[in-house]
Design a protein around this ligand. Structure first.
Ligand code: ZN
Length: 299
C-alpha cells in the first residue's frame, strides 16, 4: 500500500485519530543512509511519529522536528516532518547493530538508550519555533513520544508505531495516534478503553502484513464509537529540501581562504547532505565563482 496519512474522529469528536503508512519513505531513508536493522527501526518509528505529530498542526508549511538524544550507541536520531506529508531524517551512527532484545525484537531501546532527552520542536513558519523537552523513559521512541504528549501537551494519547525490516529492506512501517480531546477527557473509561485496545494490538506492522488498510485498523479500534473517517488521503514521501545552490551557500560561509585551499589541495569540494545522504560535488569553477562573489561584497 502506498505511503499515506488519514484522519478520523470518533465519540462525537471527542477522539482524534490519525494513521500513517511510511514503508517506502523509511526504506528510502534506509537505502540513502545505509541504515542497520536497528537504525532503520529507530529512525522509521521517529519518522512515523513526526508525521503523526505534524498532522495536528493547522497552518500550511508547519513542520515538526523530533530530536532524540539518548545515551545509546546510535547517537542522535533526528526527524523533520511536515504537515504536507514530507519527511526526512538521519541517525548519527547508522551502522550500529545490536542483538535482538529479550522478546526477540530489534533492540531500539538499547540502541537509542533510556537515559537522555526527547526534544520536539513545532514550527508554524513564523520564525519562533515552539520547543518542548521530556526525559526519555525507554528509548523505544513510541513510548517516549506518548509520554511527551501526555506530559508536555497534556493530551491523553495512545500511540503505536512500528517498522518491519528484513533482508529485503523495510517492508512495513507506520503507526497510529489516538488522542482524547479536552471535551471527552473527563471520561476516564474512554482513555482506558483506547489504551487497552491499542496495547492488545501487539504491534502495528503485523496489521499491515495481514493486508489491513488504515481505515480497516480504525474500524477495528473505533467502529463502535461513531467513527467518521475523513475522505482526504494525504500522500507521504521522503523529501529533502537540499539543493546544489544551498550546498554552495554553505561552502561560501567557509570564506575565501578556505575555498582557495580546497582548490589547491583537493581540486574541488565534496559535500554530503546529512539529512538525505545526497553527495554534491563543487568543481574548481564553482569554488572560483564563490571566491569572486565574496571578493565583490568585500568579505
Ligand atoms: Zn538533503
Amino acid at each position: 500500500m502506498a505511503d499515506q496519512l488519514i484522519r478520523a474522529t470518533a465519540a462525537n469528536g471527542g477522539i482524534r485519530a490519525v494513521g500513517v503508512i511510511t514503508t517506502r519513505a523509511v526504506e528510502e531513508a534506509r537505502r540513502r543512509h545505509s541504515l542497520s536493522y536497528v537504525a532503520s527501526a529507530a529512525l522509521g518509528r521517529a519518522m512515523s511519529s513526526g508525521l503523526l505529530l505534524a498532522s495536528s498542526m493547522k497552518k500550511e508549511g508547519s513542520r515538526v522536528n523530533i530530536n532524540i538524544k539518548g545515551n545509546g550507541p546510535l547517537g542522535t536520531v533526528f526527524v523533520d516532518a511536515g504537515l504536507d506529508g514530507t519527511v526526512r531524517g538521519y541517525v548519527q551512527n547508522p551502522k550500529v547493530e545490536l542483538p535482538p532484545n529479550a522478546i526477540g525484537k530489534l533492540d531500539v531501546g538499547g540502541a537509542v538508550g533510556n537515559d537522555g532527552y526527547l526534544y520536539v520542536i513545532r514550527d508554524v513558519g513564523y520564525g519562533y519555533p515552539y520547543s518542548s523537552t521530556v526525559e526519555l523513559i525507554s528509548g523505544e521512541v513510541g513510548e517516549d513520544i506518548a509520554n511527551y504528549l501526555a506530559t508536555s501537551e497534556q493530551t491523553p494519547s495512545a500511540l503505536l508505531v512500528g517498522v518491519f525490516v528484513g533482508k529485503d529492506g523495510v517492508t512495513a512501517s507506520g503507526g497510529i495516534l489516538l488522542q482524547v480531546l479536552p471535551k471527552a477527557a473527563e471520561n476516564p473509561t474512554l482513555v482506558e478503553t483506547l489504551e487497552s485496545r491499542v496495547s492488545q494490538l501487539k504491534g502495528f506492522t503485523p496489521l499491515l502484513q495481514q493486508g489491513k488498510t488504515l481505515s480497516d485498523i480504525f474500524r477495528d479500534l473505533l467502529g463502535d464509537f461513531d467513527l467518521e473517517i475523513f475522505p482526504e488521503v494525504q500522500m507521504v514521501r521522503f523529501d529533502c529540501g537540499c539543493s546544489f545552490d544551498r550546498i554552495l551557500g554553505a561552502l561560501k560561509m567557509l570564506g575565501a581562504e578556505e575555498l582557495e585551499d580546497m582548490i589547491v589541495k583537493d581540486g574541488g569540494a565534496e559535500a554530503t547532505c546529512h539529512f538525505c545522504g545526497e553527495v554534491y560535488q563543487a568543481n574548481v569553477e564553482d569554488l572560483t565563482q564563490l571566491i569572486e562573489d565574496l571578493q565583490q561584497v568585500g568579505i
